[in-house]
Design a protein around this ligand. Structure first.
Ligand code: G4P
Length: 293
């Protein structure tokens, strides 16, 4: 099974998800698509705009603590240039979450004025969180309901299907409790690979050595100094040697040897992936924002 197919989506699931999100959309004022800041492209849903049509949206660049801040700024500027408000957050610490609320209010500014004119004082803004698996949807929801903004309060509301419940999150917001789980653009092999690098695909079904060879090659292309600094190895930059040679050097340096003095590449691969995913190699973004024309 390829890495990409391992993201288990079938046409039936996709149709059902679209239908459910279509129904939920009628209940909310805005949708927040959560992205992984390290791979903003691969962690986005390819047909989101088609699904949500004219519903206001914003992009939430989560896991910003693990991504290159300069690149996150570029991505945010790119989204804004496409008229999509965007914010960076870190759900591990809650950094950026107040800005998320502010951005929602700004995006809905005209709507809020209309509500005010109509005397709908206190009408809460209703938000739905969407995103592919592992981007941090539950973490953001937990932040919103658990943070200072307010306490989780599940309530029934007429016209809301039984599965849908709301969290009142203070500051005039309500959150649909179940996030919409979307699918990535899995027909693109690079997308599957980038999702696997970040740990969004179950490792059991992956060829971890092959994956780590490709990750270290990409790191050498984008952040060679991060590899040099972490592993204290001398890797020629022109041309960069194949990934397995770099991983061999890393394994040797870390003393990962098998009985006959061979390098234990399996261990080295698992270590590299783990260290990348946990941020030990520094703040790294694997996908760069499109250049502005
Ligand atoms: P999902 O609902 O979209 O599927 O994602 P979820 O919130 O379950 O988050 C997936 C993983 O990403 C979790 O790690 C979570 O802790 C981590 N995560 C979420 N937001 C952030 C963030 O802003 N920064 C960092 N560094 N990590 C984040 P896990 O290993 O699956 O579980 P855990 O034991 O760490 O919680």
């Amino acid at each position: 099974m390829s890495e990409v197919q391992s993201v288990q989506w079938f046409p039936g699931h996709m149709a059902k998800t679209r239908r459910k999100i279509g129904e939920d959309l009628k209940l909310v004022d805005i949708v927040a698509e959560i992205l992984d800041s390290r791979i903003p492209q691969s962690s986005s849903n390819p047909v989101l705009q088609e699904i949500i049509r004219s519903k206001p949206r914003l992009a939430v660049f989560n896991k910003s603590d693990l991504a290159d801040p300069k690149e996150t700024d570029r991505w945010i500027a790119f989204y804004r240039s496409q008229k999509i408000p965007a914010v960076a957050v870190d759900c591990k610490t809650g950094k950026g979450v107040p800005n998320f609320y502010r951005t929602v209010q700004e995006r809905l500014g005209a709507q809020l004025s209309i509500w005010k004119e109509k005397g709908m004082v206190g009408r809460p803004i209703r938000i739905m969180v969407l995103g592919i698996p592992n981007v941090g949807k539950s973490s953001l929801i937990n932040r919103m309901i658990g943070g200072k903004a307010g306490k989780a309060e599940v309530q029934d509301r007429p016209g809301v299907t039984r599965q849908n419940r709301w969290f009142t999150i203070g500051k005039g917001f309500e959150l649909l409790d179940t996030p919409g789980v979307l699918w990535p653009k899995f027909e693109d092999p690079l997308v599957g690979e980038h999702l696997a690098f970040t740990g969004a695909v179950k490792d059991e079904i992956l060829d971890l050595e092959g994956l780590s060879f490709r990750l270290v090659e990409l790191l050498m292309e984008l952040y060679p100094q991060a590899v040099d600094q972490r592993y204290k190895i001398e890797v020629p930059k022109e041309p960069v040697p194949p990934g397995y040679e770099i991983l061999e050097q890393i394994g040797r340096k870390r003393g990962m040897l098998l009985s006959k003095g061979e390098i234990d590449l399996e261990r080295a691969a698992a270590m590299l992936l783990d260290e990348f995913r946990s941020g030990k190699l520094g703040r790294i973004t694997l996908e760069q924002a499109p250049q502005k024309k």
